[in-house]
Write a protein that binds this ligand. Structure first.
Ligand SMILES: Cc1cc2nc3c(=O)[nH]c(=O)nc-3n(C[C@H](O)[C@H](O)[C@H](O)COP(=O)(O)OP(=O)(O)OC[C@H]3O[C@@H](n4cnc5c(N)ncnc54)[C@H](O)[C@@H]3O)c2cc1C
Ligand code: FES
Length: 500
């Protein structure tokens, strides 16, 4: 099965997760595509409501962002309250905060029921400059305005000078793979099917909906796309979000070097700090997928920053992951246009999917089962569904699409400007012209492969990721293994092989 070069700390110690065989000729009430937190919580809620559900996961469970997150479960989310308030009307900002509180309570309730260890920690959004201090104060005001009981603090438990922070007491951190395993067990105990290693290639909005998968067809009354970037192009949601890649690392440090709390910088590049048992976890240094010339350099910057502030820290794991950022800070959730009310999606969690994955799962179940099924929509769900788009968000979207257009042009011009050379060095890849075709050539584990450099999603030119050893698309964030197989969507098809 396709893997990233760097497994996360959680994936390295994940338990074996028992799954089901792909069912022959079975019709389910709800087919859920994607075995991350969003798909699994959605499946569990449906299964416990008496529906026949099947989760279809292309890779191994948790192999998407959920198994590679930093897994802070927090209602204080960097500067998210201020961001959401500045891009939405006040009622939406308040509803967003309520959605996070509901998700937080649901998730911690599930962890308690399933016996998943959860470490309760205060969350901090901190600054290191005067400008950053202003952002801290803005976040404080915005969070207070929506009822989050934050406070301003002058000092935080970090080994460098800060200019202030917002604090929210008693948030949580956990091991996301333990969560994935427990969710799968609970779904199966409630009669649901969980199948991994099966990629959904197409969904027809017929009656019932028909899914075409790498293991065969499946019929479903309803289909939920919980695939990060939606794998269907209807509604163009893949273009409404930006795929952002960030880096994470785990370190062994002395006991007195371990900070007590979960920390996030309010400035760029974002830096994240938490602990996990005896380990320190640092993260950040993000960028749009496929648009940094050397992702390895970003991982090295994270390591260098950690070494300065935690001298002697011994590396245990380093990895990267991506999430989808919505311009207004509020996830997209609900039915997909032209899906005839049969296909639903959830995306755009802006790196806060531990709560947003759960909040959107709660919304999807309420959308589909409704009051008659015991899922009367809550006030926050009603408000978020009616969220108006403000001019600032439209402007952000225009800027986002202009950047994508620029990367299309840059990729094609660059690819056609020079011929591909011989075999790249081990771990490297390059894009160039082979005859008149844009070619992507890489060498990994001693094998040189030549693929067509055109992303099979919508035709941008991929770039080489020298950290995860993958081809990454700068347009909408699809990623491919060196042999061209899909690692992350929205692409559903592999890159084409040009080699002999
Ligand atoms: C570095 C990093 C740190 C983060 N830290 C935090 C944090 O501290 N707190 C927080 O709240 N959030 C955090 N997030 C965000 C959070 O981890 C994500 O929002 C969340 O995990 C997304 O979950 P998901 O289920 O929607 O997507 P995923 O976990 O990506 O699951 C989607 C699944 O769909 C599968 N799939 C895709 N296409 C197909 C197909 N065609 N057929 C079948 N399956 C398919 C994929 O293989 C994948 O497993 C972080 C994100 C990143 C990148
Ligand atoms: S992901 Fe859309 S063109 Fe590559």
């Amino acid at each position: 099965m396709e893997t990233d070069a760097h497994p996360s700390l959680w994936q390295q110690s994940a338990p074996d997760i028992p799954t089901d065989r792909f069912p022959d000729a079975e019709r389910v009430d709800v087919a859920i595509i994607g075995g991350g937190i969003t798909g699994l919580v959605t499946a569990l809620l449906f299964a416990r409501s008496g529906k026949r559900v099947a989760v279809l996961e292309a890779r191994r469970l948790g192999d998407g962002t959920t198994g590679r997150t930093t897994a802070k479960v927090s209602r204080l989310q960097g500067t998210q309250s201020d961001h959401v308030r500045s891009r939405n009307i006040a009622a939406v900002a308040r509803a967003y905060a309520e959605s996070q509180a509901a998700a937080f309570d649901w998730l911690l309730g599930f962890c308690d029921e399933a016996g998943i260890p959860v470490e309760r920690r205060d969350a901090f959004s901190y600054a290191t400059t005067r400008d950053g201090r202003a952002r801290v104060e803005a976040e404080y005001r915005a969070a207070r305005a929506v009822g989050i009981p934050v406070e301003l603090v002058a000092r935080v438990d970090l080994p460098f000078a800060t200019t202030g922070a917002v604090r929210l007491a008693d948030q949580a951190q956990l091991d996301p793979m333990a969560l994935v395993a427990a969710l799968v067990e609970a779904i199966r105990a409630a009669g649901g099917l969980v199948v991994d290693g099966v990629r959904v290639r197409a969904v027809h909005a017929s009656s019932p909906a028909e899914l075409l998968t790498s293991s065969g067809p499946m019929d479903a009354d309803r289909v939920v796309l919980a695939t990060g970037a939606p794998i269907l192009d209807r509604g163009l949601y893949f273009a409404k979000v930006t795929a952002q890649r960030s880096y994470a690392a785990a370190w062994r440090v002395a006991e007195d070097q371990r900070p007590h709390g979960m920390f996030l910088d309010v400035e760029q590049p974002t830096r994240s700090v938490r602990t996990s048992g005896p380990l320190l976890l640092t993260g950040g240094f993000g960028h749009p997928v496929g648009r940094r010339s050397s992702p390895r350099a970003a991982a090295d910057e994270l390591a260098a920053w950690t070494a300065v502030h935690w001298p002697g820290a011994e590396p245990v794991a380093e990895w990267s992951a991506q999430d989808h950022v919505a311009p207004h800070g509020v996830p997209y959730v609900g039915w997909l246009p032209r899906g005839r009310g049969r296909i639903y999606l959830a995306t755009g969690f802006s790196k806060w999917g531990m709560t947003n994955g759960v909040a959107t799962a709660l919304t999807l179940v309420s959308d589909i089962l409704g009051a008659d099924g015991g899922w009367e929509p809550t006030p926050w769900q009603r408000v978020l569904h009616r969220r108006p788009t403000l001019p600032q968000t439209v402007a952000d979207g225009v800027g986002q699409n202009a950047a994508v257009a620029l990367w299309y042009a840059k990729g094609w011009l660059g690819a056609l400007a020079r011929p591909v050379g011989g075999s790249p060095l081990e771990g490297m890849g390059e894009v160039g012209r082979d005859g008149f075709r844009p070619a992507a050539v890489s060498t990994v584990d001693g094998t040189t492969r030549e693929l067509c450099a055109i992303c099979p999603h919508l035709g941008a030119i991929v770039t080489w990721n020298d950290f995860e050893l993958s081809w990454d698309c700068p347009a909408h964030g699809s990623r491919f293994a060196p042999d061209g197989s899909v690692l992350e969507g929205p692409a559903r098809r592999p890159m084409r092989n040009l080699g002999g």
